[in-house]
Design a protein around this ligand. Structure first.
Ligand code: ATP
Ligand code: MG
Length: 491
């Protein structure tokens, strides 16, 4: 008897469940990331192992899989059917303006977003030959960052600090300042009200149209928390492949590491330093390696990543922060001490660094910034002398005061961005001594009125400096403007 079209399919059986991890026997051909169906519910192959079978006295292959949804109940003995497909998420412009879970479903309705294409969440980072030198700035509108730690499109800059030091606000401000950049805000392990607040801000500021929010809440399974940054990166890569510049915020990778640790401990992987599995470095490295600036042949797009990392007691020598610091191109170190003193954003200028962004900094800003750095380093030295009440020369006093003024200017309310030309102009005013006679309490008032006056009365000078930079003519013009403004302000 002939059997036409006979098809052989594998079947496995659940042997044990420790939610969200399921142990399965009898799937010799399973692949990592493959989707399995167990009584209508979906799971994803996570890792492989061996188990001793007492009846047959042999070692038998077993598969560990992760349940993709939390509430579902699976029992030992249930049949497992491989779907011969790797886990994929929807990608496409339909995602814009949506709030998604890491499976690509709308958080509110639970419906999957319909797109033309779906992609795997683990993808190779761009090759060296596809990459290009970072040249274009990603302006954050945050003065201290744009001046001292500029970020370039395609860069990876870590935001690190203790709890409640303004990490989220800083990253969110960078998102709010983007106009021609697609933004992804990836929330990992936060509570629902926190995301709602962020969402409200995005809506109020009218940026949701070019933003995608991907969220795995603290109440969600660790599986979703682990998947979130990888799913979002895959979605971001689709936009990059269309030649777009993308900014992606991971808030935060400490909680991501916790979720990964939980899953690996459940699966019996040997714990290493701080009980993290040995591959935790590789996990974050292969995620962040995918952020890059592509060259023309590769579409010319870019992904800039702002991963956030939480520390305890300001200790950046812990395992996860040190890993992330070594993976990224620099870090913005936020400090509780500064935050409490009112220095907000609480960026520690000495411990922060941006290794490649300055090559992308706008020329009109770059030219004044060298002067700022000099003032700040002198201020740091003089501070010790002033604290010891040592007598310092009038020239040193003047330099010290300029440092104080500058630090006052770096203070910035959240969600109040300043464009880089106004930034350059105020620094020019400081460097040329226009603020020397101002009391520190008056600096903020001066600054605010100055920006208003530039924006409403002298908008042409902004365009001129943007196009021509600093030359004798523009310098002369701006000097006159500042003089005029100062006279009015002081009177
Ligand atoms: P968590 O550790 O809980 O994630 P975080 O480090 O992300 O906290 P935020 O939530 O951004 O910190 O900020 C903590 C608080 O500080 C918030 O109430 C926020 O409004 C306030 N804040 C942050 N930045 C500023 C700023 N530049 N000016 C004024 N207030 C700020
Ligand atoms: Mg936060």
């Amino acid at each position: 008897m002939k059997r036409k079209g006979l098809k052989i399919e594998e079947r496995g059986r659940v042997t044990a469940v420790s939610n969200p991890l399921i142990k399965i026997e009898g799937l010799p051909l399973a692949k990592t990331g493959e989707i399995l169906e167990i009584g209508g519910k979906k799971a994803m192959v996570f890792q492989f192992g061996k188990q001793f079978n007492k009846d047959y006295l042999i070692y038998q292959d077993i598969v560990y899989a992760l349940l993709l949804e939390k509430e579902e109940e699976i029992k030992a003995g249930e049949e497992v059917r491989p779907l011969s497909d790797i886990f994929r998420v929807p990608v496409g412009k339909e995602l814009l303006g949506r709030v998604l879970n890491p499976l690509g479903r709308d958080i509110e309705t639970g419906a999957e977003i319909e797109t033309k294409e779906k992609r795997k969440i683990e993808r190779k980072p761009p090759e060296i030959m596809e990459r290009e030198r970072i040249q274009k700035p990603l302006e954050t509108g945050i003065k201290v960052i744009d001046a001292l730690f500029p970020i370039g499109r395609g860069q990876r800059e870590l935001i690190v600090g203790d709890r409640k030091t303004g990490k989220t606000s800083l990253a969110l401000d960078a998102v709010l300042n983007q106009k021609d950049v697609i933004c992804f805000y990836v929330s990992i392990g936060q509570k629902k009200p926190e995301i709602l607040e962020i969402l409200n801000t995005l809506i109020k500021r009218n940026v949701l149209g070019h933003t995608v929010v991907v969220a795995a809440f603290s109440s969600d399974s660790p599986v979703l928390q682990y998947l979130a940054p990888f799913s979002a990166m895959t979605m971001a890569e689709w936009f990059r492949d269309q030649g777009e510049d993308v900014l992606i915020v991971f808030d935060d990778l400490t909680k991501h590491a916790w979720a990964w640790r939980q899953l690996c401990l459940l699966a019996g992987r040997p714990p290493g330093r701080e009980a993290y599995p040995g591959d935790i470095f590789y996990l974050h490295a292969r995620l962040l390696e995918r952020a890059a600036k592509m060259n023309k042949e590769a579409g010319g797009g870019s992904i800039t990543a702002l991963p956030i990392c939480q520390t305890k007691g300001g200790d950046i020598s812990e395992y996860i922060p040190t890993n992330l610091i070594s993976i990224t191109d620099g870090q913005l170190y936020l400090e509780t001490n500064l935050f409490q003193k009112g220095m907000r954003p609480a960026v520690n200028i000495g411990l922060s660094v941006s290794r490649i962004g300055s090559q992308a900094q706008r020329n009109y800003l770059k030219e004044v910034v060298s002067g700022l750095k000099l003032i700040l380093s002198q201020h740091q030295e003089l501070k010790r002398l002033v604290q010891l009440e040592t007598k310092i020369s009038p020239q040193a006093q003047k330099n010290y005061k300029r440092g104080e003024i500058l630090l006052e200017i770096f203070k910035q309310e959240k969600h109040k961005s300043v464009d880089t030309i106004n930034q350059a102009l105020i620094y020019y005013a400081v460097l040329n001594g226009f603020l020397d006679n101002l009391k520190i309490e008056k600096v903020k008032g001066f600054e605010e009125k100055f920006y208003q006056s530039i924006d409403y009365i002298y908008p042409r000078i902004k365009k001129e400096i943007q196009e021509k930079g600093w030359n004798d003519k523009t310098k002369e013009k701006i000097k006159n403007i500042i003089e005029k403004f100062s006279k009015e302000f002081f009177s």
